[in-house]
Design a protein around this ligand. Structure first.
Ligand SMILES: Nc1nc2c(c(=O)[nH]1)N[C@H]1C(S)=C(S)[C@@H](COP(=O)(O)O)O[C@H]1N2
Ligand SMILES: [Mo]
Length: 429
């Protein structure tokens, strides 16, 4: 069930309390350790819990007109590279065959809740504020950020709903949300300041638990007219201090408008919503923070999950895709080179196995990139088909945590984190 009315104060309070209890349970059980949470943080969390009921919960505000389809994206969206889905543009994964490790900006998918704002980098500034700081906080201009030590790293950004359409086409379940195939991902070289440095300069206190970056794009209004305010999602301070960037460059160029100019967060290995674009301010809090993006969205709801949903989603899952058109036709008795990419939000990709006979037999693909965390690896496999007719190609990755892509993914109402092996139809002629 998807909660639709987040302005209902009683429900919101209950959800928040449940969320908080769940976080505490996880920490007590040591299950959040992978994200760097230490036991001494528990004491802070316990102290903070009592304050949850007093948090503001109302999001009710007048509705706005709906945004016309894809009107809000600035860059060109040629049909061979993109499929427009509402306010979003999915990359055509087959077209990645002629790109290198990194996805050019011109091919990078766009996921916008509303429209791309065109901000002036010269006047932009970002306020860091809240009771998790000592003192009154601090504002940063773009110059301030570029004068800090710069970090460059390669990382994918992938929507939590990437692969969502396969819940329906492979598993026969309908789910809500954009019906992405596998093109809601791209990998780029990001350059920026460390969020950790910015938080320390702003006066981070040991009592801080959550940071809440907020975008400068317009308020997000749901289909039923509820205004949820500006796009924002809390991030635990432990992750914020670990490897998060405030990126101002993408593939060696200033960040382009559609991808968050002048400054966006890059939260490596985590679901795309964590990487807030067009950052306008960051709240730093000594209490857990909540927004619809970590209570109603980006959790798993459904029969397999508690009523308040799973814990807020963090890491991406494991996936693979062929760089080949859907229903591609391949000549028999000819040597082909199948190529594709695999990626994981946990550990790195250790191996990829490919089946060219709909899953009956498997061969190990050759990997073409050194495995790196939060990034994808390219792979290839030679294939000389002999049997003509329709068949399915399957790619199945295993990561260094020992996780292998399963045959099916447990259903969740909003279709997040599809990790099952995708059956890619082709015809041998
Ligand atoms: N401010 C803001 N940040 C945002 C979004 C948004 O709509 N507004 N979309 C999020 C989602 S859901 C995803 S998947 C990624 C997509 O990043 P991209 O458009 O650069 O590919 O941005 C995230 N950051
Ligand atoms: Mo997303």
């Amino acid at each position: 069930m998807i909660p639709t009315d987040v302005s209902e104060t009683a429900d919101a309070t209950t959800d928040e309390a449940a969320y908080d209890r769940r976080r505490l349970r996880q920490w007590l059980a040591g299950r959040a350790r992978a994200d760097g949470v230490e036991r001494r943080d528990l004491l802070r969390m316990l102290a903070a819990t009592g304050l949850v009921a007093g948090l503001p919960t109302a999001f009710a505000a007048p509705a706005r007109a709906a945004v016309p389809a894809a009107a809000g994206i600035v860059k060109p969206l040629p049909e061979e590279w993109f499929t427009v889905r509402g306010t979003n543009a999915e990359a055509n994964f087959a077209s990645f065959a002629d790109t290198g490790h990194h996805t050019p900006v011109s091919r990078f998918f766009v996921r916008n809740h509303t429209t791309t704002p065109q901000l002036d980098a010269d006047t932009w500034n970002m306020r860091v504020w809240g009771d998790g700081l000592a003192g009154g906080g601090r504002s940063f201009t773009l110059d301030d950020l570029t004068s800090l030590p710069a970090t460059t790293r390669s990382a994918f950004v992938e929507c939590a709903g990437n692969g969502r359409s396969f819940f329906t086409s492979q598993q026969g379940r309908s789910v809500s949300g954009t019906a992405w195939t596998l093109g809601a991902i791209g990998s780029a070289r990001w350059r920026g300041a460390r969020l950790a440095d910015v938080l320390r300069l702003a006066g981070l206190r040991r009592a801080a638990v959550d940071v809440l970056p907020r975008g400068l794009d317009g308020d997000y209004v749901t289909a039923d007219g509820t205004n949820l305010g500006r796009v924002r999602r809390p991030l635990p301070v432990t992750k914020a201090l670990d490897d998060v960037l405030l990126a101002y460059e993408m593939n060696g160029e200033p960040l382009p408008p559609d991808h968050g100019a002048p400054v966006r967060l890059i939260v490596p290995s985590w679901i795309g919503i964590a990487s807030i674009k067009w950052v306008g301010d960051i709240q730093v809090s000594a209490e857990p923070l909540f927004s619809p993006w970590n209570t109603d969205f980006y959790r798993l709801f459904g029969d397999a999950y508690p009523p308040e949903g799973s814990a807020p989603l963090s890491r991406q899952t494991l996936k693979s895709a062929f760089e080949l058109p859907w229903n591609a036709r391949l000549a028999a008795r000819t040597g082909h080179r199948l190529t594709g990419r695999s990626w994981s939000g946990s550990g790195t990709v250790a191996r990829v196995d490919v089946s060219t006979d709909a899953g009956r037999s498997w061969r190990r693909a050759r990997l073409h990139d050194a495995a790196r965390r939060a990034d994808w690896v390219r792979w290839s496999l030679p294939w000389r088909p002999t049997v003509t007719g329709p068949t399915a190609l399957l790619a199945r990755a295993t990561d260094t945590t020992g996780h292998t892509q399963p045959t099916t993914t447990a259903y969740n109402t909003q279709g997040y984190l599809f990790d099952a092996v995708v059956r890619h139809p082709v015809t041998v002629t």
